[in-house]
Write a protein that binds this ligand. Structure first.
Ligand SMILES: Nc1ncnc2c1ncn2[C@@H]1O[C@H](COP(=O)(O)OP(=O)(O)O)[C@@H](O)[C@H]1O
Ligand SMILES: N[C@@H](CCC(=O)OP(=O)(O)O)C(=O)O
Length: 366
């Protein structure tokens, strides 16, 4: 592994980074927005901007801002309540950022994305072009999920995975996830005996830790979604730092804070990350052990002869999960055939076109 990628010293000199601040850091105990936290974040990021670093800010906090403005007693838990609060809060959140950055002569642009925007390939490509345009204009993109139009079935919910997707989309050098704890612990930080983990060189090191999806009072997804985001980013060559919002300035000064997840894979095109993590799966093919071994040896397409079962209905080009005999997710890819034809040809040799072409497939177990 390239040592430079395993090094926190990368942060101050990263030409481009993604920073995500979670609801837990932007919400006060009464459920309303923590304005001083927002001010301090804007100040630190303005300094990075003045030093010539480019970044996209993924900011939660729309619901919290809405709770404050509506004067309701607690953060809603139902979908329509959350949507209403976000619709009220998002403009206030953006105007607060707008004001803070404007004081430093920096312009901002609002980017609201739904899960569908990252699932659909054309939307995904458009989002990349639009973000790139903002960077050329010197504008800071501030991204959130478009809570107003998200549906229960199609919702990212947490912003951690959105941050990993954006990091890849804009070819960031590092992903920084800010939360209310100073990094990853071996167990929930409130439990006695949990100790801080400073460095993760490989995701398999996390097997013995207790990383729960139970978050803070206002956060979504807990540490589990941060680890998922780190897995998504590092597998595609982007190292990830998880730390507290207070630690952003020290991190940008090159201090050794938080948990550093080293890049495990190579930088690759955004299409690969889209296939691996963003695209919604339309079905599954199950393989025999020989087919799994062939795929994992590298450079081989999936042929119908190694398929034992086809689940779901899909068309050529649709994203599908490629499952091993033990039920584990081996790869994801774009189907070469529709599900019906593939079902008829499963297990047979000489079927012509690959079931999934190697160029349309991303292996997930490395
Ligand atoms: N192993 C762990 N290490 C650190 N934090 C953990 C762990 N397991 C669960 N957590 C919880 O994850 C929470 C952060 O997640 P979340 O509330 O979703 O934050 P955010 O809103 O910043 O995304 C922490 O407050 C912590 O209680
Ligand atoms: N989109 C929502 C935030 C969702 C959420 O809480 O995510 P996270 O900050 O990852 O725990 C909002 O702006 O309030």
């Amino acid at each position: 592994m390239n040592r430079a990628l395993a090094n926190r010293a990368l942060v101050p000199s990263a030409p481009r980074f993604v920073v995500k601040i979670g609801s837990s850091s932007l919400t006060k105990v009464d459920g309303t927005l923590n304005w001083p936290a927002l001010e301090s974040l804007s100040e630190t990021l303005s300094d990075a901007y003045d030093r010539g670093q480019q970044f996209a800010l993924i900011s939660s906090g729309a619901v919290a801002a809405g709770v404050g403005h509506l004067g309701i007693a607690t953060r809603p838990t139902d979908m329509s309540g959350l949507q209403a609060a976000a619709m009220v809060g998002q403009p206030h959140l953006m105007s607060a950022y707008g004001e803070r950055f404007a004081q430093r002569g920096i312009g901002i642009g609002q980017v609201l994305l739904t899960a569908d925007d990252v699932i659909r390939r054309t939307h995904y490509r458009n989002a990349r072009l639009a973000l790139e345009k903002l960077f050329t204009m010197g504008i800071v993109p501030i991204v959130n999920e478009n809570d107003a139009v998200a549906t229960t079935e199609l919702r990212l919910g947490d912003n951690d995975r959105l941050a990993a997707i954006i990091a890849h989309l804009i070819n960031a050098d590092v992903l920084i996830l800010l939360t209310d704890v100073d990094g990853l612990y071996s167990g929930p930080p409130t439990e006695p005996g949990s100790r801080p983990i400073r460095f993760v060189g490989n995701m398999s090191e996390l097997e013995n830790y207790s990383i729960t999806g139970r978050g803070s009072m206002f956060g979504t997804g807990g540490m589990a979604t941060k680890v998922t985001a780190a897995r998504m980013a590092t597998a595609f060559g982007i190292p990830t730092l998880v730390t507290s919002a207070e630690n952003l300035r020290p991190a940008l000064d090159g201090e050794s804070v938080g948990t550093w997840f080293a890049a495990t894979g190579q930088k690759s095109n955004a299409r690969a990350l889209w296939i691996a993590h963003a695209a919604k799966s339309h079905g599954q093919v199950r393989l025999d052990a020989g087919a799994v071994a062939a795929l994992e040896s590298g450079g081989k397409s999936l042929l119908a002869v190694g398929i034992t079962d086809v689940v779901g209905t899909f068309d050529p080009g649709d994203p599908i999960d490629i499952i091993g005999p033990g039920g584990d997710l081996v790869a994801r890819g774009l189907a070469g055939w529709d599900s019906e034809r593939l079902r008829e040809s499963a297990g047979q040799s000489g079927a012509g076109r690959p079931a999934v072409h190697v160029d349309d497939m991303v292996l997930l177990r490395h």
